[in-house]
Design a protein around this ligand. Sequence first.
Ligand SMILES: *[C@@H]1O[C@H](CO)[C@@H](O)[C@H](O)[C@H]1NC(C)=O
Ligand SMILES: *[C@@H]1O[C@H](CO)[C@@H](O)[C@H](O)[C@H]1NC(C)=O
Ligand SMILES: *[C@@H]1O[C@H](CO)[C@@H](O)[C@H](O)[C@H]1NC(C)=O
Ligand SMILES: *[C@@H]1O[C@H](CO)[C@@H](O)[C@H](O)[C@H]1NC(C)=O
Ligand SMILES: *[C@@H]1O[C@H](CO)[C@@H](O)[C@H](O)[C@H]1NC(C)=O
Ligand SMILES: *[C@@H]1O[C@H](CO)[C@@H](O)[C@H](O)[C@H]1NC(C)=O
Ligand SMILES: *[C@@H]1O[C@H](CO)[C@@H](O)[C@H](O)[C@H]1NC(C)=O
Length: 744
Amino acid sequence: MDILPLLIFVAFILIPSLKVSIAVDTIALSQSISDGMTLVSQHEKFELGFFSPDENSNKRYLGIWYKNIPQQTVVWVANGAINGSSGMLTVNSTGNLVLKEHDKVVWYTTTSGKKAQNPVAQLLDSGSLVVRDESEVDSEAYLWQSFDYPSDTTLPGMKLGWNLSTGMEWRMTSWKSPNDPSPGDFYWGLLRYNYPEFYMMKGTKKFVRVGPWNGLHFSGIPDQKPNPISSFSYTSNKREMYYNYSLKSEAVISRMVINQTSYMSFRYIWMANEQFWKVYKSLPKDNCDYYAMCGAYGTCMITGAHICQCLQGFSPKSPQAWNTSDWRQGCVRNKPLNCTEKLKDGFVKVEEKQEGHKKEVMTIVTVTIAIILGMLLIGCYRIYTTLRRRTESSDIIHDQNKGGGSEDDHDLPLLDLSTIVTATDSFSIENKIGEGGFGPVYKGKLESGQEIAVKRLSRSSGQGIKEFKNEVKLIAKLQHRNLVKLLGCCVQEQDKMLVYEYMTNRSLDRLIFDDTKSKLLDWPKRFNIICGIARGFVYLHQDSRLRIIHRDLKASNVLLDDELNPKISDFGIARIFGRDQIEGNTKRVVGTYGYMAPEYAADGLFSMKSDVFSFGVLLLEIISGKRNRGFYLENRSLNLVTHTWSLWKEGRALEIIDSNIKDSCVQSEVLRCIHISLLCVQQHAEDRPVMPSVVLMLGSESELAQPKEPGFYVKGDPGSTISILSRNYIISTNEITITLLEAR
Ligand SMILES: *[C@@H]1O[C@H](CO)[C@@H](O)[C@H](O)[C@H]1NC(C)=O
Ligand SMILES: *[C@@H]1O[C@H](CO)[C@@H](O)[C@H](O)[C@H]1NC(C)=O
Ligand SMILES: *[C@@H]1O[C@H](CO)[C@@H](O)[C@H](O)[C@H]1NC(C)=O
Ligand SMILES: *[C@@H]1O[C@H](CO)[C@@H](O)[C@H](O)[C@H]1NC(C)=O
Ligand SMILES: *[C@@H]1O[C@H](CO)[C@@H](O)[C@H](O)[C@H]1NC(C)=O
Ligand SMILES: *[C@@H]1O[C@H](CO)[C@@H](O)[C@H](O)[C@H]1NC(C)=O
Ligand SMILES: *[C@@H]1O[C@H](CO)[C@@H](O)[C@H](O)[C@H]1NC(C)=O
């Protein structure tokens, strides 16, 4: 016996109103919607009906709002008010929507000349009200759709821009006020220049420059970037040019709104649990976003004592106005340009200070923007940006321009062997804290109370005393807060020792690769460590008086002080380059398996880019809490780098995140770090970024290049690292520095 029909039958008896409660999303020719009735889209996402934005007024409007959000959020309004509740919407036989108050037409739609046999009006789940022929489903063939006439809200699927065939603009326009939904004078417009640019307009005046589409985002919103919520695109062809966006998940409810009360535009996201609209993005972000805020040749610096300043060599056009904080007239040249004096006129650097984007980082960085003198600052394109650390007195003790002659004034203290023997309790086994590639490391305490770490170089390290002293002297001159400080050395007979400041938290590998201890390192701390290491390398590669290639960056060579600040250590195999030297070659390949760049491991070629490679590997280790070598996943890939690469290609890179930081991490930030690390480990050295760019990428939100295939074990390549390693290297299962005397 069939039970189902019976159940349905019973349901009908028990709930006689079942049939009429089914929501309707369509009205046909003979039907209408009057005040009090609504249309509800098929999956109950949106509702159309009459509403009053102002409780104290009897004005009613036809609008569309979210069906399932308790606080009525109107996303579209027909441009016409009705006195009282006698409004009625119909679709007539020519396919026009007609809104009437009694018999008076208040608002109606025009059709684009298309004819319909049987026109119907339907509210779609996208939030669009459309008029179509009953049998028509092709959206391009609609007779009319509300998405072509945005109010103050842009929903996913809508376009902002121009239909060039009709010359009709899709424009998002604010309401006049929260109580008056008729169009205000504040809108997002796409101005059709050679390179069309979006502006937020106040009447006919430009208010905020959103800028032209540069292929990735609007140049005026540099922080507009791929994000987990939405994807956006810009389309330009002969027929149309427009911006549109879509949401990545059906579960997310989000809208973009322009508001004339605050003169801002917002992107909101509905927080279903807390039941409120959260502002996800807003524009303008600060005063510097206002169009031509500082006038021509003025720079805007939001953190400055005076927001606007004239470029060097320029003065305010109107000192009085400038004096009253009206900067719009800008600045003028003190002396006219003299193009005959070629060496005198040229480029100027404009510095813009920004707070590091994360509180935890707390770095003040200086962004140097080069602009061509003679171009308007506002409205010109940034040519390039580089990042510099702000020089602080504690930061670089020895400046590279300090001049010669003083070299020997900074001679390294030579410590007595007896002092070190006392400090380390005769190199007692209890004081041994590690074993590096060049010998054991001991903890010690000087009579002054200062704690030290003593590295005792093994006798077989093969370096002469003279070279040793020379190298130590040079390294002692490197002073940077992210480099471990060499306090002195001790040379006695065959014994060579290096004395460093002691780091309470020892080395990074002891924390990140240990399941318990790694819980101490949440994401902000890890990010701080990453940035510190990167800054240390900018100093080594670029800012110090020498150019140092470290050649052995790895987790165990990064030490952590009591506040978990990273310090790069172990310059045992570092190489010093002349300032103009870019690449070196060695017959003696030394380094650590797993961190070595392919060109270095295979051909002994080392450069700043081989350090960058090691940095990339280390970055992935810090994010994943896994060692690059020793990382196996059912043979799917050989190591962490290749594994990350294959996940990256599938858009699943976030899966490598250490489970211990899942709660503390900012996904977009981690994703950016993974992206940067993949740029660092690219196979070809010339594709990898230099360290200053890495610091810039870490500290900004600029677009990043797409990484190419990482270097490492290129399958089937006879010259690949693996085969060389297996032939010649002294491979240790411990992660210690290895040495190869190449037999070529
Ligand atoms: C509604 O009332 C206003 C003023 O009271 C009047 O100007 C307007 O014409 C009325 N609208 C309609 C549709 O009757
Ligand atoms: C439908 O409404 C429009 C707008 O009011 C009007 O121009 C058109 O003539 C109407 N069509 C018919 C058949 O009444
Ligand atoms: C632009 O306008 C033309 C002419 O009315 C129309 O055929 C076309 O569908 C419109 N394009 C879009 C994307 O609405
Ligand atoms: C604009 O924003 C203000 C708050 O700044 C809010 O009170 C107002 O309702 C918004 N206006 C509209 C039309 O949503
Ligand atoms: C923008 O619109 C075009 C055409 O309708 C569509 O193919 C594209 O996917 C849309 N882009 C986004 C990000 O939604
Ligand atoms: C403005 O200009 C006057 C006269 O040049 C000067 O005395 C004053 O310090 C300036 N600053 C302000 C804030 O008025
Ligand atoms: C430019 O400088 C040269 C040499 O100082 C001088 O002779 C010439 O008059 C200057 N031209 C202008 C336009 O100032």
